[in-house]
Design a protein around this ligand. Structure first.
Ligand code: EPZ
Length: 417
């Protein structure tokens, strides 16, 4: 296992580029199960989760090749089984369920278990597909799904679910008739998926709003499609500028999609400015101020930026209150930040952060992807050396993170634990 060793206390300055979005690329790759012609994806990040998805697609009978950010998919003769060995390492594997049922009328997909950030059930995915005519059984830890041709239906989600909306959207594009998805999630990654499906011949309206209408078509072709930039990686870099008192030009930074994050960073005392070359980020003055944040579905503040913002709050004057509104257990970074000298009091789904004058390097353990990013940010600002262990979590979602940060002045090396 690898760890990152960070010599902290250096300001980051210069240009840093954002990669393609992991959470947009994963549903796009699974959507290729639906296609009858080849598709090419560009701007695909070189990440562990992407390679897991490609491995699963090959097992499902979809030939997939990755080379330098480009994925070539050929039309597949899908096989219906997604084995536990892969699903357990990446929950997003469940996104093959909708496409498999739509394309071949059967699927055997391991039921994803809980994970570090919560129970994360998939009941909304299954209920929606049942309304479209699918039948499910749970056997030996696998979801067994069958259907004749899926039929359009009116589906109202109990809560906006990103994966649920994506799975149902992919199921609906080849269904008979109209499907209406109500209380749909509005995340930009869903819009990216819808735009790709439309480019392949699907008929979709309303994506980006909470009501999506899909008219089923009989077949989908292929196309070449560029994955959107990663708004969470971009947000992480904006925080890196603030926490190290540096000055970064974040290239390919999706401004509009990051609005909720930018507003909070500005309220904390950061200067964030859109320029033709990218987004400039630095502190406005010497110090940062505390701010209160609630995570919510898009366009609210993203849960995937909560841990990183909390690292910044640790060094802001005054107090901040964080309320995690999406996942029930997403404060695993709190005890680790505390080991570095932070003053944080969690209480249920909230945490009170009181700013401290400085953090100290320490050995810390990453528990999930965004918690890892938060510890790296804290390590960049801390006095002394921080060892971030179990960084395989980080490698799932941040492409070449230590190379990118070192190029703007960080001192990070990767070592064996
Ligand atoms: C996606 O997960 C992202 N993953 C997550 O990214 C992100 O944190 C999350 O959306 C919220 O924005 C990918 O895009 C691959 P949800 P997803 O369904 O789709 C509950 C990262 O760090 N729920 O929107 O699994 C669920 O438990 C991550 O990159 C049900 O109860 O999230 C949660 O409380 C991790 N039943 C809430 O809804 C369901 O059937 C939102 O989950 C589905 C969800």
């Amino acid at each position: 296992m690898d760890k990152l060793v960070i010599e902290g206390g250096v300001s980051l300055n210069g240009r840093i580029a954002v990669s393609g979005s992991k959470n947009a690329a994963l549903p796009l790759l699974f959507a290729s199960i639906l296609l009858e012609e080849p598709a090419t994806f560009t701007n695909v990040p070189n990440l562990r989760d992407i390679h897991t998805a490609l491995k699963l697609l090959r097992i499902l009978g979809c030939p997939a090749e990755y080379e330098s950010g480009v994925v070539h998919m050929r039309p597949c003769g899908p096989k219906p089984e997604a084995p536990y060995e892969l699903v357990k390492t990446m929950r997003a594997s469940v996104l093959c369920l909708g496409p498999l049922l739509a394309r071949i009328g059967q699927a055997r997909v391991a039921l994803p278990g809980g994970c570090a950030i919560g129970a994360r059930p998939v009941d909304q995915h299954l209920k929606g597909m049942e309304k479209m005519g699918a039948r499910f059984n749970l056997e030996d830890g696998y979801i067994l799904g069958r259907c004749d041709k899926l039929a359009g239906a009116h589906i109202s989600f109990d809560m906006p679910t990103v994966g649920g909306t994506e799975n149902l959207l992919m199921a609906a594009v080849l269904a008979d008739g109209e499907t209406v998805l109500e209380n749909a999630a509005r995340e930009p990654e869903i819009t990216d998926l819808a735009e790709f499906l439309i480019a392949c011949g699907a008929r979709i309206e309303g994506h980006g709003s909470s009501i999506i209408r899909v008219q089923g078509v009989s077949r989908l072709g292929g196309c070449t499609y560029a994955v959107m930039p990663d708004r969470i990686e971009a947000g992480t870099f904006l925080v890196a500028a603030g926490i190290t008192n540096g000055n970064l030009l974040v290239q390919h930074c999706p401004w509009q999609e990051l609005e909720a994050v930018i507003v909070k960073l500005q309220a904390m005392g950061m200067h964030i400015e859109k320029t033709p070359e990218g987004v400039l980020a630095r502190r406005s003055g010497d110090t940062l101020r505390g701010v209160d944040v609630q995570t919510r579905p898009y366009p609210g503040f993203p849960t995937d930026m909560q841990a990183q913002l909390m690292a910044l709050m640790c060094l802001a004057e005054g107090s901040s209150v964080v309320e995690e509104g999406i996942f029930e257990n997403r404060f695993m970074h709190v005890p680790e930040l505390t080991r570095m000298g932070a003053d944080i009091k969690p209480a249920g789904r909230s945490a009170m952060v009181r700013g401290v004058r400085g953090l100290n390097g320490a050995p810390v353990m990453a528990s999930d992807l965004r918690a890892s990013a938060s510890l790296v940010l804290a390590g960049l600002a801390a006095k002394g050396t921080t060892h971030v262990q179990r960084i395989y979590h980080l490698d799932r979602g941040y492409e070449a993170i230590e190379n990118k940060l070192n190029a703007v002045g960080a001192r990070i090396r990767r070592e064996k634990e």
